[in-house]
Design a protein around this ligand. Sequence first.
Ligand SMILES: Cc1cc2nc3c(=O)[nH]c(=O)nc-3n(C[C@H](O)[C@H](O)[C@H](O)COP(=O)(O)OP(=O)(O)OC[C@H]3O[C@@H](n4cnc5c(N)ncnc54)[C@H](O)[C@@H]3O)c2cc1C
Ligand code: FES
Length: 274
Amino acid sequence: MNMDNLVGNPQSVKVSEVVHETLSARTIIFNIKRPSFTFMPGQFLMIWIPEIDEIPMSISLWEPPKVGVTVLPIGEATEALSSLHQNDWVGIRGPFGSSFTLDSKSALVVGGGVGMAPLRPLVYSLLSNDVNVTLLIAAKTRDDLMFFAEFSQVKNSRFTLKTSTDDGSEGIKGLATDVVKELLKESKYDTLYTCGPELMIYGFYNTVKESKISFQASLERYMKCGCGLCGTCALDPTGSLVCVEGPIYTGKHLTKISEFGKYHRDAVGVKKKF
Ligand SMILES: Cc1cc2nc3c(=O)[nH]c(=O)nc-3n(C[C@H](O)[C@H](O)[C@H](O)COP(=O)(O)OP(=O)(O)OC[C@H]3O[C@@H](n4cnc5c(N)ncnc54)[C@H](O)[C@@H]3O)c2cc1C
Ligand code: FES
């Protein structure tokens, strides 16, 4: 493999559109014309924000040549990214990482907050594959529900939309972990796909681990290179690199990861409890 491919073919792209998804989350859209740029739901880009930092972002929009990422501002780089305007420039590398597999007949897809980002293209891919999809969009309050208006418009007999909020301002009131337990009692699903806060993912994992339901989750870890060179994103105890073997892990894989749901590491490798 040549060096350019290894580091994800860095290129500059001009922002073509910025969509306000919630009060604070923004989808940054740009055009990618490179024919070799292929993508599977769950994969991510390293986005360089000039003079600030380079950070991992899931691809949330895939309508070639239009590609987008959805960012929630929580720190310097995400704030700078979400403040960009049309015609600003960013650098991109990738796509990187593993993807969700689409081998399901009846899927429950659950996104918590901005965790909906990689699940948005997943839902459309599952529906194109004639999979029955129930999507639960979960958030703290109504204002944080990601892509709610968009998915409310989806007209497909195979698609069911549910929402839940911690404060009951929209949909089912309660934590997503409790809501999913109820949904699993009401209907049969063969696969649970999820992304969001790791404690939420860990809760779902514990709910389904003794069942026959396949589990696929997107994990977030601090990343530097994004392409397997620096070791920053290694998981205990196997050393699995989230930027290469992840970010999508199956339940089978997660049983071997002792830090899953317990801790992650910061920029200098210090353990941080969830
Ligand atoms: C594969 C992948 C896909 C991602 N996709 C998205 C996305 O679609 N949309 C989005 O808004 N965010 C996404 N993120 C998270 C995003 O990359 C981080 O929020 C961002 O790097 C934080 O940078 P910052 O400078 O804004 O904040 P910082 O100042 O670096 O951090 C702010 C706080 O967040 C914590 N933090 C930073 N990065 C991470 C991380 N990776 N995991 C856990 N905690 C972290 C820090 O410890 C600190 O407490 C993704 C992360 C990964 C690994
Ligand atoms: S971020 Fe460098 S190896 Fe994963």
